[in-house]
Design a protein around this ligand. Structure first.
Ligand SMILES: Cc1ncc(COP(=O)(O)O)c(C=O)c1O
Length: 298
């Protein structure tokens, strides 16, 4: 892995407005690109927790786990609120869970389906001096009432590797000017190469679908703590920004084509989902939690 230095190869292109062709708010100059969405959550979580007695973040009871682990890692406590069968916030449940310990609310637009009550939640948060974290990990090119998802919360995070062919990629959009901009450091070549190899293995179907990250890593002789975990902790973990390599990939992508394809896929799934018996979905997070995780138990 040491022969080819992807980061060095793409270094000079660093200063380009590489994100110009992405949909809003990802195309904005102010958008900060990170290696993963969780990096942004961790750093912003740390900065929210600083000088604050309140530590509780109200989080959706459906979760992938990494977004929760990063908030907990930042020193925050989490308290889940209910999500309805159609991926919406149960407003009365959420509002009832707020108390004087509540510092923030995280709202997730699951599978890019807008959380339609988010403006009401924003108003509730504003009145109660609570921060609103908008989790756009699954969002690409989506709007609600003519506002781009990602522009509503005090800040929002995206996991761009979920919808673009990239080895890694997250983004942070800060909408509340009173929030400090965190800094991230470029990943070392080893980290970039490693993610790239894992990505290629997946693209080439070397590992069967559903193989967890820890098993892939094991193949390279590396042991990591859990199957979702903070897999680059050795190389900087939550501190890492998007690599120059990935920025260059973004610059070369046919973003409009990708957006078109995603819209088609999204409407296929929304049609299909009408046939699903959604009452089979149960929250993965117990509502009085100490333990967490994973999206759905089907
Ligand atoms: C809702 C949600 N938030 C955050 C994340 C974390 O994204 P990343 O893997 O880019 O850190 C994920 C997925 O992994 C997710 O599904």
């Amino acid at each position: 892995m040491s022969g080819l230095n992807l980061e060095l190869l793409f270094r000079e292109k660093e200063q380009f407005h590489f994100n110009a062709s992405l949909p809003a708010p990802l195309c904005f100059k102010k958008t900060i690109f990170t290696m993963y969405a969780r990096n942004a959550l961790y750093k912003m979580g740390k900065s929210l927790a600083k000088n604050e007695k309140r530590k509780v973040v109200l989080v959706p009871a459906y979760s992938c786990g990494d977004e929760i682990a990063s908030l907990v890692g930042a020193g925050l406590e989490i308290r889940p609120y209910e999500i309805t069968d159609n991926f919406q916030v149960n407003l009365s449940d959420l509002f009832a869970r707020k108390d004087k310990e509540t510092l923030a609310i995280m709202v997730t637009h699951f599978l890019s389906i807008p959380s339609v009550n988010i403006f009401e939640i924003k108003e509730f948060a504003r009145k109660n001096k609570i921060f609103l974290i908008e989790n756009c990990a699954h969002v690409f090119d989506a709007k609600l009432k003519n506002v781009h998802l990602g522009e509503i919360g005090d800040f929002s995070v995206f996991s761009i590797r979920k919808f673009l062919p990239l080895p890694h990629g997250g983004a942070l959009v800060i909408n509340n000017p009173s929030l400090e901009k965190p800094t991230f450091t470029l990943p070392p070549n080893e980290a970039v190469m490693f993610d790239f190899l894992v990505y290629l293995e997946r693209q080439l179907n070397i590992f069967s679908l559903g193989t967890t990250i820890d098993k892939i890593y094991k193949n390279f002789g590396i042991k990591i703590k859990n199957k979702h975990g903070q897999r680059l902790e050795k190389w900087g973990g939550y501190e890492l920004s998007l690599s120059n390599f990935s920025k260059n990939l973004i610059m070369r992508m046919e973003i409009k084509e990708i957006m078109k394809k995603r819209r088609e896929v999204f409407s296929f799934y929304t049609d299909f989902s009408r046939l699903l018996i959604v009452s089979d979905l149960r929250p993965s997070l117990p509502l009085s939690p100490t333990k967490l995780i994973q999206f759905f138990i089907l």
